[in-house]
Design a binder for this molecule. Structure first.
Ligand code: ADP
Length: 481
């Protein structure tokens, strides 16, 4: 359990934010520390070099003017050379133009020859300065030049080699380095605390969101069952989208529940009738055969009705499936209409309704024959069912280069205006008892509409109560998947 908590923590946004904060903080701290210390070191070394160089140059001028290099008798210069070497904790050597060390403040190498790159360059008149970081000293050479009064040319008569220790500077820098490290450690700890706080603050809206969703899931209606995390723009947006999605799901769930209760009710009605009929027969003694027959006919009708409801429900379920379940073939719509009307002719004749088909042109389209037949049959059957005695039904077919158009018009009872929006709903009937009398289930138009939409088509209805109804259907000739 605790292992899971730890694993979750490492995977969390909080941990990532904290790590990012720490990495950025520590890296920038290190960069600043190293940058500042390096710049400081450079500056201090530079200052020391300039200082020593200027002192040495003054001394060099004096050495040249007193010709000290050839005559070491000047006490002042000797003591000045000693002073320079003491002040800067270094060594000063005076070299003549034959690379011989004339004077060494360490008294170690006098009269020896010194040939180094710096000395050679210096005796050529070049001034050199070099910082040996590893061995902690600065070495510089200053040429001793005299002007030839006749030719006014500069003549190098020797070199002053000064090397000063940078031990004190290095010690200073080490001390600073240690202090900076301590400061960085302390600031690292502060950074950690701040990072913890900030990462918690930043991820708090997400935590709030997860908690609220959990509450909604458990049915606690804190905010009227809505997600309301408006701490920042992003969470407000997610809350809004979540509420919309949740609302749609609730609506779907409500409609599913309503559908289930409607289905149960519709299926129960014929069963109840059959039970009443059977009970009344069973409850009587010496029932005449005629009454038995009559009741059995009624029971038979109820069974037929139950069967029709179940068949319609199955059709509807098939229509609810995805468009991939369509069995598309090239079908002659003229022939399809002929067949449908032929099948429905007996019902129309029974009601003395005149059924007419008008085809303006031959039409072949890519459709699912079974599903489209069901859709058109329902429309024509309704036009006959909800008609008056001796009325008419006109079915017409036309097409352009893109769609075919079907019209089913009748001279029937019409549909009230306030019902027009509902007729495609499952189990909706304008007049429940009338529809039931003529064998309606309230599913026909729902099936029709689903089928047409699956074909990427459209259906419209126009109706005037007492005068008649017109359904128009438009379906693409070529199936668009
Ligand atoms: P039903 O099985 O009851 O006919 P439908 O879904 O096919 O169910 O139709 C829904 C309702 O719309 C019907 O009950 C009826 O009241 C009305 N209706 C459908 N077609 C017509 C029409 N051509 N004329 C008048 N009313 C119609």
């Amino acid at each position: 359990m605790s292992g899971k908590v730890i694993r979750n923590y490492f995977k969390s946004l909080k941990f990532r934010l904290l790590s990012l904060f720490l990495i950025l903080g520590i890296l920038s701290g290190i960069a600043v520390r190293i940058g500042v210390l390096t710049a400081y070191e450079k500056r201090v070394i530079n200052n020391r070099s300039i200082e020593v160089l200027s002192q040495s140059k003054i001394l060099a001028t004096q050495i040249v003017s007193m010709d000290y290099i050839h005559n070491l008798s000047s006490e002042t210069i000797t003591s000045q050379l000693q002073q320079l070497s003491q002040i800067y904790d270094g060594r000063v050597m005076l070299i003549d133009d034959t690379f011989r060390i004339v004077e060494d403040t360490y008294d170690l190498d006098e009269n020896r020859t010194i040939i180094s790159e710096e000395v050679v360059r210096c005796l050529r008149g070049e001034e050199t300065s070099r910082y040996d970081k590893e061995n902690h000293y600065i070495e510089m050479t200053i040429p001793l030049t005299r002007k030839n009064l006749d030719t006014s040319e500069s003549l190098v008569i020797g070199a002053l080699l000064v090397s000063v220790s940078t031990d004190s500077i290095v010690a200073n820098l080490d001390d600073m380095r240690q202090r900076a490290l301590v400061i960085q450690l302390i600031s690292g700890m502060c950074l950690f605390a701040l990072g913890m706080f900030l990462s918690m603050r930043l991820t708090n809206p997400l935590k709030k969101m997860a908690d609220s969703i959990e509450e909604i899931q458990m049915g606690k209606d804190a905010n009227d069952g809505k997600l309301m995390v408006t701490d920042c723009y992003e969470t407000a947006r997610i809350s809004d989208r979540f509420n919309r999605l949740f609302g749609r799901m609730k609506l779907l769930d409500d409609s599913r529940q309503e559908f289930v209760s409607n289905v149960s009710h519709e299926l129960k009605t014929p069963l109840t009738s059959m039970k009443v009929l059977a009970d009344s027969l069973n409850g009587q003694e010496d029932v005449p055969v005629e009454l038995y027959r009559e009741f059995m006919v009624d029971i038979g009708n109820e069974i037929e009705r139950e069967n029709k409801i179940i068949n319609d429900l199955l059709s509807l379920v098939r229509m609810d499936k995805s468009a991939a379940d369509l069995n598309i073939t090239s079908v002659s719509i003229n022939e399809l209409l002929d067949l449908i009307l032929k099948r429905l002719k007996p019902i129309a004749e029974k009601k003395h309704v005149d059924l007419v088909l008008e085809s303006f042109r031959p039409v072949t389209a890519e459709v699912d024959e079974v599903k489209l037949t069901l859709a058109i049959s329902n429309l024509v059957e309704n036009a006959i069912k909800y008609n008056r005695e001796g009325g008419w039904v006109h079915v017409s077919l036309n097409a352009d280069y893109q769609y075919f158009y079907l019209k089913v018009e009748d001279s029937g009872i019409g549909i009230p205006e306030d019902s027009l929006d509902h007729i495609y709903e499952r189990f909706y009937r304008v007049d429940k008892s009338h529809s039931r009398e003529i064998g309606g289930t309230g599913l026909g138009l729902a099936i029709t509409r689903s089928s047409i939409l699956m074909h990427r088509g459209a259906i419209k209805v126009f109706s005037t109560e007492g005068e008649g109804t017109l359904f128009t259907v438009r379906i693409p000739l070529n199936y668009i998947s």
